[in-house]
Ligand binder design. Structure first.
Ligand code: ADP
Ligand code: MG
Length: 265
C-alpha cells in the first residue's frame, strides 16, 4: 500500500521542492518504490529530478484532465532512483481547463489509486498557492509534510495552512493528517531561528521532525546539475540531513531502514 504525502506550504521559496526531490531520493536509497508527482507549473521538481520539463509530454496536466494516465506520463529519474510525473507551464492552465470536469478535486486521487500498488511512497510537490492543484494534492494525500523556515512570520503562515487542512479534512478528505513540520534552511547561529524552532516544538510537539535541514549551498547547487542534493554531494551536511529525514519518515511508519550507497555516486 502506498503512502501519499503532499509537500505543501502556501509560501514560495521555503524548500518544498528541495524536500520533495531529496526525500524521494532518500526513500529510494532505502529500497522504497517512490513516485514524485510535480504539481507546480514551474516544474522545478521535474528538473531537480533530472527530467527535462520542456519536452515532457504527457505531463501532470494531461493526467489531471483525464487525457493520459500516470503510466503514460511518468519518467524515470535515473540518478534519483524514482519515477516522476513531470510538470511544466502547461499546468498553469489547468485551473480553468478543469472547470468542466466532474469531481475535479479528486482527479489526482483517482489516478493515483490506479498505480498505488506499484509504489511504497508517493510524494506530491505542491505549488505555493492554495489553488485547485494543491486541493487535488490534499484531497489525495494521507498526510501533509510542511517544510518551513524558522523566521518571524513562519507561525502566522502556518495558521493559514492548518486552517486549510482542517477545511480539506471536513469537506474532501477526512483521513488527512499533518505528517510533520520540517525545519529547513536552518541557521543554528541565529537566535531568532532558535526561538522559532523551540516555539514550533512547544506548539506542535511530536509533529515536528527531529531532523533539521541546515542551510547548505550544495542543496541549492544540485538542481542546476539535474541531480537531487543527496546524489550531487552525498557527504554534504544538507544531503546528510535529508538522508536522516528519510530514515525518520521510515521509522515513523515502522519500515526497516536499509540505507545503501548504491545510487549515491
Ligand atoms: P519552494 O519549492 O518552496 O519554492 P525550493 O525548494 O525551490 O522552495 O527552495 C527555494 C530556493 O532555496 C531554491 O533556490 C533552493 O535551491 C534553495 N534551498 C532550498 N533548501 C535549501 C537549503 N537547505 N539550503 C540552501 N538553499 C536551499
Ligand atoms: Mg517548489
Amino acid at each position: 500500500m502506498s503512502r501519499i504525502l503532499a509537500i505543501a506550504n502556501q509560501k514560495g521559496g521555503v524548500g518544498k521542492t528541495t524536500t520533495a526531490v531529496n526525500l524521494a531520493c532518500g526513500l529510494a536509497q532505502n529500497g522504497q518504490r517512490v513516485l514524485l508527482v510535480d504539481l507546480d507549473p514551474q516544474g522545478n521538481a521535474t528538473m531537480g529530478a533530472g527530467v527535462e520539463k520542456r519536452t515532457a509530454m504527457p505531463t501532470a496536466y494531461q493526467v489531471l484532465l483525464g487525457q493520459a494516465d500516470i503510466p503514460a506520463s511518468r519518467l524515470r529519474s535515473q540518478r534519483g532512483g524514482f519515477d516522476v510525473v513531470p510538470a511544466n507551464r502547461e499546468l498553469s492552465g489547468s485551473e480553468i481547463d478543469m472547470v468542466e470536469i466532474e469531481s475535479r478535486e479528486y482527479r489526482l486521487k483517482a489516478e493515483l489509486a490506479r498505480v498505488a500498488h506499484e509504489y511504497d511512497f508517493v510524494l506530491v510537490d505542491c505549488a505555493p498557492t492554495l489553488n485547485l492543484l494543491t486541493v487535488n494534492a490534499l484531497a489525495a494525500a494521507d498526510a501533509v509534510l510542511i517544510p518551513m523556515q524558522c523566521e518571524y512570520y513562519a507561525l502566522e503562515g502556518l495558521t493559514d495552512l492548518v486552517a486549510t487542512i482542517k477545511k480539506v479534512k471536513a469537506r474532501l478528505n477526512p483521513a488527512i493528517e499533518i505528517e510533520g513540520l520540517l525545519r529547513v534552511m536552518y541557521d543554528p547561529r541565529s537566535t531568532l531561528a532558535q526561538q522559532v524552532a523551540a516555539e514550533l516544538k512547544s506548539h506542535f510537539g511530536d509533529k515536528v521532525f527531529n531532523t533539521v535541514i541546515p542551510r547548505n549551498v550544495r542543496l541549492a547547487e544540485a538542481p542546476s546539475h539535474g541531480l537531487p542534493g543527496v546524489v550531487y554531494d552525498p557527504a554534504s551536511k544538507g544531503a546528510q540531513a535529508y538522508l536522516e529525514l528519510a530514515r525518520e519518515v521510515l521509522q515513523r511508519y515502522g519500515i526497516a531502514v536499509q540505507q545503501t550507497q548504491a545510487s549515491a555516486n
